[in-house]
Ligand binder design. Structure first.
Ligand code: SF4
Length: 380
């Protein structure tokens, strides 16, 4: 079985016919409120020219440090944030950004977001029955009381909260963190989505239950052919649960492709830096050292006045004069692997479609296969 990856060019329309959701050249600038109304308008340049595609039954990890723009990308896809510029395609059809309420609701039925914090994403004054029955009613999946009750019980079973009857009347404060996150996932599933955006869904959970919630998401992705966007700051573990990986730095998407290629043969200096900070037993050399070690310089830049050109250039040991002038084009490296870095080209060198062998599906993560959960919560 194969998946067709195409170079992202300036061509009109969607480039990935198999994709369920495709983003082209997404930008998000947040205006900064200022004391002087006549002063120069300033913006946080949170996301710059992000292009990627999500496929049914495949998990894509979006990785990067805090403040890299990962959450902003997910919120734009969920249409919680307006998009400054760029285009979204859902099932090959352009999503109009000035949608009125009913069109927006129809879109959100297909694209659901699971938030990072299960403690604040549920309303403490409502019980589980209310949280799960509301989307069923709003999206018209159930009408009668009996139908709603049956579907709520089925949702609880799907997220392995059993016996379901014991959970249906509980309030958030009566649930553990892992149980709350399962309710949040069940609430997203109640809409019957085709795309699930999971924003660091396990980073605020106890280490002992992270693997269970992760495996639940993988099972749902597989059974329901969901396109799963999994946001994480832990690039080493992304390989174990995502077929594809995208890397972001300071709002720019710098590398992507099948997870094995990106993580075993990282090309962009920032990906190498991330990996060198996250040791993985599978990548250690014969001498027990990390072969991708890169000396880190400097800090993540301000996104109010981001560096020109490639935003990584103040920290990059390979920076060239042209890196300060403009952001390089996307260069295909073969097998669906790409990067935006002048070390490998300037984009457009291989514009024909590339057929790659589909990476083995990630269905279950075992604790003993070298996988380690992120060590601490992350508040992007
Ligand atoms: Fe470094 Fe230039 Fe590549 Fe950016 S484009 S990562 S500054 S070599």
């Amino acid at each position: 079985m194969s998946v067709v990856h195409q170079s992202l060019t300036e061509a009109e329309g969607p480039l990935h016919p198999d994709a369920i959701l495709e983003a082209k050249h997404l930008r998000k600038y947040f205006p900064i409120r200022q004391a002087n109304p006549f002063g120069e308008k300033r913006f946080v340049h949170a996301v710059e020219d992000a292009s990627f595609a999500l496929y049914p039954g495949r998990a894509t990890a979006l990785v990067g440090e805090s403040g890299s723009g990962k959450t902003t990308v997910a919120r734009m896809l969920a249409r919680l944030y307006d998009i400054t510029s760029g285009t979204l395609y859902f099932r090959g059809e352009q999503v109009h950004l000035s949608q009125h309420t009913s069109a927006l609701r129809a879109y959100r039925r297909h694209v659901q977001l699971v938030f990072q914090d299960p403690f604040s994403s549920l309303n403490p004054v409502h019980n589980v029955r209310y949280h799960l029955s509301r989307p069923l009613r709003v999206f018209g999946h159930a009408n009668s009381k009996r139908d709603i009750n049956e579907q709520v019980l089925a949702l609880l079973n799907r997220v392995s909260l059993t016996p379901a009857e014991q959970f249906i009347e509980k309030y958030p404060h009566q649930l553990s963190g892992g149980q709350r996150q399962r309710i949040a996932i069940a609430r997203a599933l109640a809409a019957q989505p085709e795309v699930l955006l999971a924003d660091e869904p396990v980073s605020m959970l106890d280490v002992s239950i992270r693997l269970d919630v992760l495996n639940l998401l993988l099972r749902l992705k597989d059974e329901e052919k969901l396109a799963l966007l999994f946001i994480t700051h832990d690039i080493a573990s992304a390989r174990y649960f995502a077929e594809d990986t995208l890397v972001m730095y300071a709002g720019q998407m710098v590398e992507g492709g099948p997870s094995d290629n990106v993580i075993q043969q990282p090309k962009h200096p920032y990906t190498q830096l991330l990996l060198s900070a996250a040791p993985d037993p599978d990548r250690l050399g014969a001498d027990g050292r990390n072969p991708t070690k890169l000396p880190a310089r400097g800090e993540i830049p301000s996104l109010i006045h981001p560096p020109t050109g490639c935003r990584f250039h103040p920290r990059c040991p390979h920076a060239m004069p042209e890196c300060r002038e403009r952001f390089p084009g996307r260069t295909d490296l073969g097998g669906g692997h790409w990067t935006n870095c002048f070390l490998y080209g300037d984009g457009g060198t291989q514009s024909s479609p590339i057929t790659i062998t589909k990476a083995p599906s990630r269905t279950k993560v075992e604790a003993q296969n070298g996988f380690e959960m992120p060590p601490e919560k992350n508040q992007e």
